[in-house]
Design a binder for this molecule. Structure first.
Ligand SMILES: [Zn+2]
Length: 163
């Protein structure tokens, strides 16, 4: 978990965990989620979580997905209630970039065109490499809104092309 055992079951933060928060190593969302997980007695940790457009994107290791969802979606529902917002669970797999992206977006990837740019990325620490991910047109509604999130997870500029 992102905070220590004491802080998991307390409303206050110890000095060690407060420092982590101050230094930006963890966020308030991380703390709320860790406490909610502790409450439902779930042991597996999440990889990262962030908010975008009022939704909470929860990124978990593929092998923990079932646990996060729970029987009949019970766990994810409880987490969503505790955090007070809808949660979108995303699986982070290991393997090729294609495989990782497919798991994240829940749709097959036709191919990835990598675009290298010499220009210094003006914002964020992206490597100057961006991905144009090709996906079948029928997935456009589900996949298009995830471009920003997938980019954040991969730390690259990601755009989707539907064909
Ligand atoms: Zn602590």
């Amino acid at each position: 978990m992102k905070i220590c055992k004491v802080c998991l079951s307390s409303d206050l933060l110890c000095s060690g965990c407060s420092r982590k928060l101050d230094e930006g190593m963890i966020t308030k969302t991380d703390i709320a989620l860790s406490r909610a997980l502790h409450e439902i007695n779930q042991k597996s940790d999440f990889i990262e979580a962030f908010e975008e457009n009022g939704r909470l994107f929860l990124i978990v290791d593929t092998k923990h997905t079932k646990e996060f969802i729970g029987p009949g979606g019970k766990n994810i529902r409880k987490l969503s209630e505790a955090l007070g917002k809808p949660i979108k669970l995303m699986e982070k797999a290991t393997g090729t970039e294609k495989h990782i992206i497919e798991k994240l977006i829940g749709a097959p990837v036709l191919g990835i065109n990598k675009v290298y740019s010499n220009q210094k990325a003006s914002k964020e620490n992206t490597s100057g490499e961006s991905f144009k991910v090709r996906v079948e047109r029928r997935y456009v509604r589900n996949v298009q809104p995830l471009a920003g999130v997938v980019g954040k997870i991969l730390n690259k500029k990601v755009s989707f092309v539907f064909e």
